[in-house]
Design a binder for this molecule. Sequence first.
Ligand code: SF4
Ligand code: SF4
Length: 365
Amino acid sequence: MLCREEAIANPESTSADERADTIRYMVDRGVNFINLGYPLLFENPKKACAYVKSALSGGYRDKVKLAVNIPTHGVSSQQELSDLLAAQLELFELVSVDFCILDGVNRFNWAAMKAIDISQWVKNVTETGTASHIGIAFHDDPHYLKDINNTCPHWAFVQMELSLLDYKHHPGVGGFKFTQEYHNGVIATDVTKAGRLLKNIPTNVKEVLDSVHIQQELDERCIQWVLALEEVSSAQLSIESECPTIGHAEKCFAYAEAVIPGTLDVWASLDAAKIRDAYYANRAYLCTTCYCCMPCAAGIDAPRIIELVNDEQMFSNSEMPRLQYNIDRHGAIDCLRCGLCNKHCPKRFPIQEIVLSAHSAYAQK
Ligand code: SF4
Ligand code: SF4
């Protein structure tokens, strides 16, 4: 089992000591990998990640592999990637790290990464030992994984979001199956959509949950659905969302240990489909990600922005879309107000207005 340090996204939710104790408990129970996230996005990164350093003291650092994340949106040179990696290492007071994850890879920034010869950068970083291995976090249609894996076949792993809502979405289970063919570790993240599947449950979803075949706790359903898929090698759980305390961590271990990989029950699949349909019915825009609105002369990724707007609508919460909007650096691009995206959208969505309104709502000032 893997552990993701999303607690840095909301450092006040549980006490620093409690989070540090939970990390140590999980390491003692067998967690062997900690994803340190990207705390540099936060107002006080040093304060936000202090408890992680505390948890890893006293010999715990040597019991786990650590991964730092570096965002790939807007990166235009190898030096920028190296600077981002150096900043993360400095923050965690590390000389080197076991894994570096190139975060937010999609069709657009992948083209930019190829242009800067990402394979060479990977070779340099791993040869110098700054990071022993490089992995990627991918979010797009599955067929883009082909070029990503062919260009750089030595990724240590590919991690992708996968919850029972994402069966076919960016990249969905098909992306996991396809990536397995390249013998990479294929890791599921956001199995409860950073906890959003566990709270603010819409009325129509509650009604479905009351009527489905298998009655179980929602966190149990989310974790077991992902781990039972044969396409998934492992899953990252979040300190913030799934395991904020030792009690939660104990429950997560029990859920995970009850699963036999590759044995997803037909009833569990049907229940997940019903829950998915209920959530999707609440989207603001039924965007098919056909990409007819792309390319945009300014470089705006409207389908991704619409996905974030839909996310806020489905979960009645703007926190995660805002965070992701800024990680993706959408706020750095100004809409030219040319209106071409509106004209090209077969669904006639007011994309220009959606993009401008998302900018006002989400962009970090
Ligand atoms: S209106 Fe804005 S988002 Fe739409 S194509 Fe023009 S620049 Fe891009
Ligand atoms: S053209 Fe319309 S439906 Fe297609 S991806 Fe863009 S917003 Fe979505």
